[in-house]
Design a protein around this ligand. Sequence first.
Ligand code: FAD
Ligand code: NAG
Ligand code: NAG
Ligand code: NAG
Length: 587
Amino acid sequence: MLYLQSNNTMFRLLLLLKFASIWICVVNSSPPEDPIKCSFQHQDCTITNSYGAFPDRSVCRAAEVAYPTTEEEIISVVATATMNKTKMKVATRFSHSIPKLVCPDGEDGLLISTKFLNRVLEIDSLSMTMRVESGVTLRQLIHEAAEAGMALPHSPYWWGLTIGGLIGTGAHGSTLWGQGSSVHDYVIQLQIITPAGPEEGYAKVRTLANSDPDLNAARVSLGVLGVISQVTLKLQPLFKRSITHSVKNDLDLGDQATSFGYQHEFADLTWYPSQRKVVYRIDDRVSSNVSGNGLNNFSGFQSTLSLVLAILRTTEENQERKGDADEKCINGKLTTSTLKISAYGLTNDGFAFTGYPVVGYQNHLQASGSCLDSYKDAHITACPWDPRVKGLFFHQTAFSISLSKVKNFIQDVQKLVELEPKGMCGVEQYNGIVMRYVKTSNAYLGKQEDAVDFDFTYFRSKDPMNPRLYEDILEEVEQIGLFKYGGLPHWGKNRNVAFEGMSNKYKNAREFLKVKETYDPLGLFSSEWTDKVLGLRDGGVNIVGKGCALEGLCVCSEDIHCAPSKGYFCRPGKIYKYARVCTHLTS
Ligand SMILES: Cc1cc2nc3c(=O)[nH]c(=O)nc-3n(C[C@H](O)[C@H](O)[C@H](O)COP(=O)(O)OP(=O)(O)OC[C@H]3O[C@@H](n4cnc5c(N)ncnc54)[C@H](O)[C@@H]3O)c2cc1C
Ligand SMILES: *[C@@H]1O[C@H](CO)[C@@H](O)[C@H](O)[C@H]1NC(C)=O
Ligand SMILES: *[C@@H]1O[C@H](CO)[C@@H](O)[C@H](O)[C@H]1NC(C)=O
Ligand SMILES: *[C@@H]1O[C@H](CO)[C@@H](O)[C@H](O)[C@H]1NC(C)=O
């Protein structure tokens, strides 16, 4: 593929091909691999996430995996392990969280998979509620609710998540209206199996109703309280939405970002700071008599030809190696314009995009993920991040900043871009900064204030010692968001640095820990990682060592934490003087 390195025209064609593969009728796609692999039946196992790499690239081991199919089986699995004081972790069928939440300590832990806990148990259209087992995927939930004429009003945009995993990490969509965008705030009851003493048979089922304060611990539990067996959600009558994307310059984004969220129920923004552009998603509920049968099949979640993925990755690696920022900016623009032309995968009727607004039913618009569909071989097509093929490999930094500080944060990023105009092109290659609205939650580990969640996706080298182009800019943005403005990290995304000093950011952290102490006094569902995140162990989550800042395992304090031999040294930030970032110095 050498011809690609210099042939920009060829490259553009291939990038287009990436999106063109939307229209090519591709039948061979492959579902993601099982994140759990065992060398002997259900024993001697490893677990990873859907990207095949945790932030510290460690391999997690467990002695065994259990696949309960009923609540009774969960009880018996938890009881046996509790009697034996075995460490446990709940795992899901795809394991989409980036941090090491699913790793039990040591090597003799037990994984309890929810893969076969995937039934809808009850749909009550009178009370508008739905009771499901915790391993049900978002896709299944949306589909079955719609069959009964109901909808979950807000959800993540990717439907490959399980209900247990997505509430466990506080996953959300985008709104400032009503109950907000976090799915856990629509949970009105759940059932959780926790360890217990011998007098109770070593395991017990706890039913937490809406009036039970413990539900606020269990809504966002990071998996440390026990195994959630079933969840009851409050739904709404199925409704229609009308979506229009509008592109504007980002001059007044600081002012717009707050008010826009109050103007439209499903508002969100995608920001391209180096291009000085923003896509405003004008998105509201409409009466069901407005015509339209729109469909969201987001381009970034479609199966992509593995050959195209390899070419994209090689091109990106070459740009990084050559330090070619201009080409990154060109590609960033091309990605943006290609997505815009393809209306981000929206169609007016399920087949073609003919213009805005796209009107359709909530269940057809709220989430997508067609790359999960399986027929054949990952070596033909796959989800863009599938670790079995050479494809996209990235870091994700995601935090929410309270509405009162959003303007200042945006202006800080704009100042950085003024100093370093190409600094954010790398993020634009991954479709820019996604900004979504979240509301204050009663969940102890949920959002503390109404806020905007900012998601950054960016190149990660296969070699952990390799710095990234404009390393310093993204590190500074990360530290400004997390430290200067006290941003709350998404529990299911991020690199280690995001979780430093977390427990001080939640006013009810103590309440959470009390419930944890009651439910699992031996900490069998906890690990070194969760203990450190929750402030229960000294030392924090940072892993200090050579090159640690490059992977977000530490904030640098010495040059050796960067890559001095490659010209990257630990220096203060450009506008936030308390930031410490790996800066490329040219002598
Ligand atoms: C392509 C993609 C798109 C995404 N889009 C969004 C988005 O739009 N919005 C958003 O907020 N996030 C998004 N995410 C992040 C995602 O929400 C989180 O990673 C999510 O929590 C993962 O869910 P999972 O089912 O894979 O759970 P896992 O990652 O497997 O598990 C998460 C945690 O929950 C625990 N857990 C799982 N099930 C149970 C159970 N039954 N009982 C007790 N504990 C349990 C696990 O032990 C673990 O600690 C996205 C991720 C990907 C890969
Ligand atoms: C989404 O697009 C893919 C093509 O990449 C297609 O195979 C799939 O059927 C589409 N999904 C829906 C629901 O139309
Ligand atoms: C009990 O735990 C030990 C190690 O902690 C493990 O080797 C053994 O297999 C466990 N026994 C059962 C019945 O789970
Ligand atoms: C559509 O429904 C609304 C109420 O939901 C009603 O006011 C309006 O008249 C209806 N329009 C048509 C064309 O039926």
